[in-house]
Design a protein around this ligand. Structure first.
Ligand SMILES: *Cc1c(COP(=O)(O)O)cnc(C)c1O
Length: 257
């Protein structure tokens, strides 16, 4: 069994019962992985990733107990937040942000997990100050070295963390990564280990908040939990396999954020 293909993802989950069943299955797998590592699964956060999932299905997810939703594209997230303003959803933006979209994140998001430049930190802080809001942030690290991935190079993380207190509306919670996209488990584990080391160094230096580690997706969340993840971001294992390309289901979203 490879790191990325843990068996087929569930089919398109639509009803409250289907989504609830998938959530329970993922939660059970988190708990089992935690137990293997001598950890308590109750302390591990499951952040459902809702990109490409339509509003009716998200309302069903809410009924199934989902109160936090992760989106990688700001415009998609903002549209959904407005459409479902009647629900007290905790919105987490988990994808790369361009500086000119900082105002949108500052307007509605509770959390931003892909901080990787001081320009974005500055832009967010300025907008947040103006709005009188704060924002939980995770610093994204490119732990795999893959050039398709965003995030800081690992060597840049300590200095970057040390610079963040200047942006007082940003509450640094920890680090985030997408592990290597490979069937080689050892390479995936190397990514998680690297993150743990960076987090531990940040805790020593007092620069990484509580030292949360957001890592693990549908294909590798059990491995991530076994290696210290405190927040897994899971889409397909909850909602079903995502059709590709993502933008097919969200017209006009081919341009990133
Ligand atoms: C899509 C996405 C996920 C979830 O991926 P799944 O395969 O659906 O579990 C996690 N993190 C980020 C940043 C994503 O864009």
């Amino acid at each position: 069994m490879s790191a990325r293909e843990p068996g087929p993802f569930p089919t398109h989950a639509q009803t409250v019962a289907e989504i609830a069943a998938n959530l329970a299955a993922v939660r059970a797998r988190i708990d089992a992985a935690a137990a293997r590592a001598g950890r308590d699964g109750a302390g591990i956060r499951l952040l459902p990733v809702t990109k490409t999932v339509t509003e009716p299905r998200l309302r069903a997810a809410w009924e199934a107990g989902v109160t936090q939703m992760g989106e990688n594209k700001v415009q998609e997230a903002l549209g959904k937040a407005r459409a479902m303003a009647d629900l007290a959803i905790h919105w987490a933006v988990i994808g790369h942000l361009q500086t000119n979209k900082a105002k949108d994140v500052a307007a509605f998001a509770h959390e931003f997990q892909a901080l990787d430049s001081l320009r974005v930190a500055e832009a967010l802080d300025r907008r947040l100050q103006a709005a009188g809001r704060g924002l939980d942030v995770y610093v994204q690290v490119n732990s795999s070295g893959e050039d398709t991935k965003f995030g800081l190079v690992p060597e840049a993380v300590p200095a970057f963390l040390a610079a963040l207190p200047a942006y007082s509306s940003l509450r640094v919670r920890g680090l985030m990564t997408l592990a290597a996209h490979t069937e080689d488990r050892e390479r995936v584990i190397d990514c998680f280990r690297l993150m743990r080391d960076l987090r531990d160094a940040g805790l020593q230096a007092g620069t990484v908040g509580d030292g949360e580690l957001s890592m693990g997706m549908s294909g590798d969340f059990e491995l991530a939990v076994e290696h210290g993840s405190t927040c897994v971001r899971v889409g397909q294992a909850v909602f079903g396999r995502r059709p590709t390309p993502d933008s097919m289901y969200w017209p006009g979203r081919r341009d990133g954020n």
